[in-house]
Design a protein around this ligand. Structure first.
Ligand code: PEP
Ligand code: MN
Length: 332
């Protein structure tokens, strides 16, 4: 159940209500939002008396549900936004990882020339094998910050675990929680308290319900700037790296009040399919695309097979605008 209580009521009363109902609460400028488990269906008279609005939620998908807030949350990214009136599709692009100043600067220049606002690159890479490149750590974050200062781009980068969450939050404009970290409640809490937009990637073995519950974790810590990212789930198919769940995207658009972006690069796992998938995703009227591109893909230290060359990326990017326009979106 979600209960709105006006802020004319004192915080100490809200604390008592939260204790009595075993609920969480969020303090907003005009009101408090108290959220109980969805098993509660009737309120004590003392709480009903001070509530301004009450939603009896059928599941524990609560703060992220359209049944609570019909409009998609507007998430501000630099001088633009996604969600809200649903006009924009944001392009987020860059290499899998920051590898060197030259590599990240070439990537950044290419994006800047195309008018793309958000540079993505990981500096703490969650690798499957311990013997592979795991990122430049804080040195990579410093290179990303340099790119922001020099080229005015926004930086999206991933926090892999709690050991460096504070550093990533300090440097990033958009904090990414990766597929393998979707269940890490320490990271979800840090993301919920960071005050910056969060890209929450769906675990490749996670149901849609689990994804939205993870989003509710972040939101229940007070951060509503959550962007859901479908990046492929594991199916019986082994010819492609993962299977991009477009049905799941349609479900999220229908039931969830958060912007949804898609990552065709990790889903496909091979550069040859990424451009077609990016166009198919755009035709779904999504809020954003996240695509990996590297100046010399075959030399990439991680995810080499799936990264588009800059020429391939540019060709793909230029083909998106008419598709976006056909579904009422503008590329930003
Ligand atoms: C990434 O974006 O580079 C990444 C590691 O993605 P995922 O968490 O989806 O595997
Ligand atoms: Mn990658």
């Amino acid at each position: 159940m979600i209960i709105h209580i006006p802020n004319t009521i004192s915080l100490s009363v809200i604390e008592q209500v939260a204790e009595e109902l075993e609920a969480l609460y969020i303090v907003k400028p005009t009101h408090y939002v108290v959220v109980t488990s969805n098993s509660l269906h009737t309120l004590p008279a003392s709480v009903s008396a001070i509530a301004s609005q009450v939603w009896d939620m059928p599941t524990d998908m609560q703060l992220s549900a359209r049944a609570y807030m019909a409009q998609t949350h507007r998430v501000e990214i630099g001088d633009t936004y996604i969600g809200g009136d649903q006009k924009n599709q944001l392009m987020i692009a860059g290499p899998c990882a920051v590898e060197s100043r030259e590599q990240i600067e070439q990537s950044c220049k290419m994006l800047k020339d195309l008018g793309i606002r958000v540079l993505r690159a990981g500096s703490y890479k969650p690798r499957t094998s311990p013997y592979t490149f795991r990122g430049l750590g804080e040195d990579g974050l410093k290179l990303l910050a340099e790119m922001r200062d020099k080229y005015g781009v926004q930086i999206a980068t991933e926090m892999r675990d709690a050991t460096h969450a504070d550093k990533v939050i300090e440097y990033a404009d958009i904090v990414q929680v990766g597929a393998k970290a979707m269940y890490d409640h320490g990271l979800l809490t840090a993301a919920g308290q960071c005050g910056k937009p969060v890209i929450l990637k769906r675990g490749f073995g996670s149901s849609l319900q689990e994804l939205v519950h993870a989003a509710d974790f972040v939101m229940s810590c007070g951060n509503e700037n959550v962007i859901l990212c479908e990046r492929g789930i594991r199916s019986f198919e082994t010819q492609t790296r993962f299977t991009l769940d477009l049905c799941g995207v349609a479900w999220l658009k229908e039931h969830c009040n958060l912007p949804v972006i898609l990552d065709p690069s990790h889903a496909m796992g091979y550069a040859y399919g990424v451009s077609d998938l990016a166009r198919a995703c755009t035709a779904m009227g999504i809020d954003g695309l996240l695509v990996e591109t590297h100046p010399v893909p075959c030399q990439a230290k991680s995810d080499a097979a799936q990264q588009l060359s800059h020429t391939q990326f540019e060709e793909m990017y230029k083909s998106l605008a008419p598709i976006a326009a056909a579904v009422g979106k503008t590329l930003v």
